[in-house]
Design a protein around this ligand. Structure first.
Ligand code: HEC
Length: 374
């Protein structure tokens, strides 16, 4: 990742075309099928049949080695390029602290690609898209500069280069930096030289006041997208007394940090924060989280059902002819268009994001709200 710092003063809002729906992937269904077979034979005993990994993959075991991590998009595999993934499979743990064998002379390169296709098919669109944008840096595909149209060649190239990526239509937006334009690719921002030949990713920082303009752009876009989700579909835990702030949380009850997060809610409420929950099944529409969220959101009293599930792990039965079935699907789509890569995801009123579990006092200090009695 090339991080560039530029002085930049305007905030630009880019409106993208509809970002819902399955994005185009680099592999075919046949590759996934072939990969599934191989994965079960060669990888599943360590990484799990659905590539879910070991639950405690973040910590070394008693021998000081790392257990097999998830490859389903919820761990670090999404930070590696395609070549890095191929290489990891070929050389195995090597010098790293782990027990993964090398597959270099055991599986053909075609089969390695198929295995990757299989575990990437478990990635949600949001995770796949942000992975795709990152490929920009390491892409090896060469394009003919003369093929690009005179108008906005950069956007044209990005589209060709990252086939299947969602590149903002129309012309790239100006930035306060002379000659540097900005386009939204999937859920990230990419900066382009005037002739469109050079692209770089990273954050634009206004050094005069330290503000991160890329994050501000993303926050503005997040706020706009959040408004597309019906407030009626959110589960609301209102502030006690006067409301001083609102917090939106994307949650998945099958995620243990989300359940832990939930225990902080009474504290937030007592400090004047209203908490709005949006369901986000992080494993997609066929995972455990989806079924759980659906039966909670569909129940007669969803707020009670959510709290009961957190405290007692008892789920209401999924009601027939439930009116609220669309809430979880819509939450999933919204989360994908925001590029969520994990839960819980907290969103402040200004659209800024806080990733992962945080204590109530930490959240309140980030909110920067004047709380008389604190
Ligand atoms: C004997 C257990 C074992 C087997 C079999 C195994 N792995 Fe691994 N794998 C691991 C461990 C442990 C790690 C983490 C430590 C490391 O990076 O070496 C790992 C890491 C990885 C990573 C890097 C993930 C990351 O988050 O950086 C990939 C990709 C991967 N394995 C793919 C595969 C594939 C594909 C197969 C089957 C062809 C496979 N593994 C078979 C144990 C195994």
């Amino acid at each position: 990742m090339i991080t560039s710092k530029f002085i930049f003063t305007a905030i630009i809002l880019i409106v993208t075309s509809s970002v819902f729906g399955q994005s185009k992937r680099w592999y075919s269904d046949d590759q996934v099928k072939q990969g599934q077979h191989l994965f079960q034979k060669k990888c599943a005993k360590c990484h799990g049949v659905n590539a879910e990994g070991e639950p405690d993959w973040r910590q070394t075991d008693e021998n000081g080695e790392y257990p097999p991590p998830p490859l389903n998009g919820l761990a670090y595999a999404r930070h590696h390029t395609l070549d890095q993934l191929r290489q990891q499979i070929q050389v195995g743990s090597g010098m790293a602290k782990g027990e993964m064998p090398a597959f270099i002379n055991k599986i053909s390169t075609t089969d390695i690609d198929a295995v990757i296709a299989f575990f990437q098919s478990k990635w949600t669109d949001a995770i796949y898209q942000s992975w795709k944008t990152r490929q920009l840096v390491s892409a090896t595909k060469h394009l003919n500069i003369d093929e690009a149209p005179k108008q906005h060649p950069g956007t044209y190239w990005l589209k060709q280069h990252l086939s299947g990526a969602k590149v903002t239509h129309g012309k790239p937006m100006k930035t306060p930096v002379k000659g540097i334009r900005e386009v939204k690719v999937n859920n990230d921002y990419v900066y382009l030289s005037e002739d469109g030949r050079y692209a770089f990713t990273g954050h634009m920082i206004d050094l005069s006041n330290g503000s991160d303009l890329t994050v501000l752009n993303q926050a503005t876009e997040t706020k706009r997208l959040l408004q597309t989700y019906s407030i009626k579909d959110m589960l609301i835990y209102p502030a006690q007394g006067k409301e001083r702030a609102q917090l939106t949380i994307f949650t998945d009850t099958s995620c243990s940090f989300c359940r832990k997060m939930h225990k902080e809610i009474p504290l937030l409420q007592s400090e004047g924060v209203s908490v709005h929950f949006i369901p986000y099944p992080r494993r997609g529409l066929d995972g455990k989280g989806y079924a759980e969220l659906k039966s909670i959101w569909c129940s007669e009293d969803p707020v009670l059902a959510l709290s009961t599930y957190i405290d007692e792990r008892v789920l209401p039965d999924l009601r027939e002819n439930c009116k609220n079935t669309g809430a979880v699907d819509a939450g999933y789509q919204l989360g994908n268009s925001l590029g969520i890569s994990g839960t819980p995801l907290l969103i402040l009123e200004n659209g800024k994001r806080i990733k992962g579990y945080k204590t109530a006092s930490k959240i309140i200090s980030t909110m920067n709200i004047p709380l008389e009695d604190m």
